[in-house]
Design a protein around this ligand. Structure first.
Ligand code: S3P
Length: 433
């Protein structure tokens, strides 16, 4: 594992943020498009795949299984799939929980031994949530703390279909088990406590796999995948940063987004806050205009649909009149950082009163923020949320340490911020991590 060099972002706020922005291809869909194309026998062509580091790690990991990727001049990626053998080296998933958990499902299915590792943040994230069902299917999963943490060693091949009732609403767990289920003897069912994003189900179906969804249960039948040409739409979770920037300080239009189940719920929360935000489902466009926001209650019912957007929704709450209470969000503690702690700390750095609760936080809004010195804690979404706060509401120079984490999902964020805001935004070598 090569750890990234530290980068510090300086933002001289506050100003207007106005314009149209093409955010990167959806990260969740990009991982899945690469993996499903790798599993399919034959050639697939993918367009719109995110160029972020997380997805690059998944692509590199798939090459270890002998899958070939070719970058076409058009920007499309051609994939020669047919993944069947164990990988010839360790799979380095970088910072990506999605990459590690989805690939683990594949590793459980193929004959042989796979070793998966990642950066120091990923090696701290819980993997027992996938080790448990994969073992029930018959795979052997070892790792630090009895398979609770990576590096993981998976011995796969002879898996059986199971019915797994997941204790956590997690699309990563669901997808891991469904991918292993493609290789199983018999069918595999995953039952979630609440339905999470449905990309795996939608994309397996498009690849000709027999799959049935009934309420919160998804059943997959083993079988081969057909190669598919897939266009990856733009990432709504990245557009959420700009939507909040538009509401706080101008007007933003983000086109071409995936607005399907479980990914666009942040729009409803921002509307509840009084935001002037419009959605055109046909073109996948979200438009957000400067608004007076008010605090809201966000609870367990909202959380699975806005999981990744909470750090930037917290910035909106910090700029809103009144108090916002977020509850039922304990899962945030298992993300790239402990996002309850790191979101609250980020807001406090801007002079906002924000208190942690075991399963959420309480945020007291204020009209202006003070310039801040923020630590990303290696978490891309904390860094980008802080950049929005700095650009829209903090007078003077704010510094964001650990900005290098942003490359995991949105390498061009600082350039887009500079173009949309006209503010001085600069990246310099940061403090060693
Ligand atoms: C993802 C699912 C979510 C989300 C993550 C991407 C996916 O995680 O937070 O950024 O692509 O399946 P969990 O499913 O673990 O909650």
């Amino acid at each position: 594992m090569v750890e990234r060099a530290g980068v510090r972002l300086s933002v001289r706020g506050a100003g207007e943020v106005i314009g149209r922005v093409q955010v990167p291809g959806d990260k969740s869909i990009s991982h899945r498009a690469l993996i499903l194309a790798a599993l399919a026998e034959g050639h697939s062509t993918l367009t719109g795949v995110s160029r972020c580091e997380d997805v690059a790690h998944t692509r590199a990991a798939l090459t270890r299984f002998g899958v070939e990727f070719t970058d076409l001049d058009s920007g499309a990626v051609r994939v020669r799939g047919g993944l069947r053998n164990e990988p010839d080296d360790v799979l380095d998933c970088g910072n990506s929980g999605t990459g590690m958990r989805l690939l683990s499902g594949v590793c459980a299915g193929v004959d042989g031994v796979s070793v998966l590792t990642g950066d120091k943040y990923l090696r701290r994230r819980p993997m027992d949530r996938i080790a448990i069902p994969l073992r029930q299917m018959g795979a052997r999963v070892d790792g630090r703390h009895d398979g609770g943490f990576a590096p993981l060693v998976i011995r796969g091949g002879q898996v059986e279909g199971i019915t797994y009732r997941s204790p956590v609403a997690s699309a990563q767990i669901k997808s891991c088990v469904l991918l292993a289920g493609l290789y199983a003897a018999g069918r595999t069912t995953v039952i979630e406590p609440k339905t999470t994003r449905r990309h795996t189900e939608e994309m397996l179906q498009a690849a000709g796999v027999k799959i049935r969804v009934e309420g919160t249960a998804v059943t997959v039948h083993p079988g081969p995948l057909a190669p598919v040409d897939h266009h990856v739409p733009n990432d709504p979770s990245q557009a959420a940063f700009w939507a909040v920037a538009g509401l706080l300080a101008g007007e933003i239009e983000a086109p071409g987004l995936y607005l399907g189940h479980g990914r666009a719920d942040f729009v409803g929360v921002l509307e509840r806050m009084g935001g002037d935000i419009e959605v055109d489902r046909a073109s996948g466009t979200v438009v957000a205009r400067a608004s007076h926001l008010r605090g809201v209650e966000i609870d367990a019912g909202d959380v699975p649909g806005i999981l990744d957007e909470i750090p930037v929704l917290a910035v909106a709450a910090a700029a809103a009149a009144g108090t916002t209470v977020i509850s039922g969000a304990k899962e945030l503690r298992a993300k790239e950082s402990d996002r309850i702690a790191t979101t609250a700390a980020m807001l406090r750095a801007f002079g906002v009163q924000a208190e942690e609760r075991p399963d959420g936080m309480v945020i007291h809004g204020r009209p202006e923020f003070s310039a801040a010195w923020v630590d990303s804690h290696g978490d891309h979404r904390i860094a980008m949320a802080a950049a929005v706060a700095a650009a829209c509401r903090a007078q003077g120079e704010s510094l964001i340490e650990g900005w290098e984490a942003v490359a995991t999902s949105y390498p061009g964020f600082a350039t887009d911020l500079e173009n949309l805001s006209g503010l001085r935004v600069s990246e310099t070598p940061g403090a060693p991590d």
